[in-house]
Design a protein around this ligand. Sequence first.
Ligand code: B12
Length: 259
Amino acid sequence: VLQSAEVMKNAVAYLEPHMEKTDEAGKGTIVLATVRGDVHDIGKNLVDIILSNNGYNVVNLGIKQPVSAILDAAAEHRADVIGMSGLLVKSTVIMKENLEELNQRGLAADYPVILGGAALTRAYVEQDLHELYAGEVRYARDAFEGLRLMDALIGIKRGVPGAKLPDLKQRRVPTRTSAVTEDTVEEGTVRSDVAVDNPVPTPPFWGTRVIKGIGLKDYASWLDEGALFKGQWGLKQARTGTGPSYEELAETEGRPRLR
Ligand code: B12
């Protein structure tokens, strides 16, 4: 797929000087990046090829891009749109943080955002993130949906008659037909004598809370030494059974380093 897309890109580059230019300002600019901590870029590069073959100016920043780099490039290239890609589940959280950063910097109105990558779902982007972001944010399942969104966003920005974004998709919540259960017992059945009227305790609070000011010493004691020493730092006795045991390694290397 990438090779055929590259062929197309080269062919378009060859033809470009002979094509009629319709708009001096170009069709529009998108800054494209794989988000911080994520190395997957095959999909993003396909998006680059499809968009640039269709006349857009694509500033492809590459992988593992922090939000500051994305925003610097967007300002430098006067981007119309920002496109972020990520395939790891943790990238979906980074994307959320990036949108929060855009909100905080007061840039949401300037930059519509298109998000793509297999870890995302349409509902997460078009419902949860859309609610959070003060600008426009849309999900692209593939490069072609990205192209359609780009056409719509640029069309709206330039006041093209009829240009509009597709409707947002809402998460489907299963509807209960009836929450009321009838208190009748069918003939021939024995009703369980398990009590159903137990009081339901009320939790001290709902949702999450951030507690600050806990001393390092207090939570360091909860650290899983085994996971840290063996799993992360690789302190293990040699397979041959020779050399110091794990417990010795923990005492001579692990704990001093931790301290
Ligand atoms: C290839 C691959 C790799 C390659 C990446 C090479 C590269 N240059 O990209 C390598 C081997 C380096 C790799 C590494 C890792 N990978 Co990997 N990788 C994959 C794999 C097999 C395919 C991804 C891919 O390229 N798909 C093809 C492209 C074309 O599709 P796409 O990216 O989804 O893009 C399309 C759309 O999503 C959309 N799109 C995407 N982005 C954007 C952006 C915009 C703006 C738009 C409009 C559209 C759009 O358009 C694209 C084209 O239509 C997937 C599994 C899978 N089948 O998806 C795992 C997968 C993504 N990897 C995974 C993991 C865990 C890792 C590692 C952490 C493994 C490890 N322990 O080291 C590391 C990542 C390290 C890191 N920090 O990022 C997991 C992620 C799990 C999770 N849910 O978090 C997956 C799902 C495999 C699995 N089932 O466990 N990986």
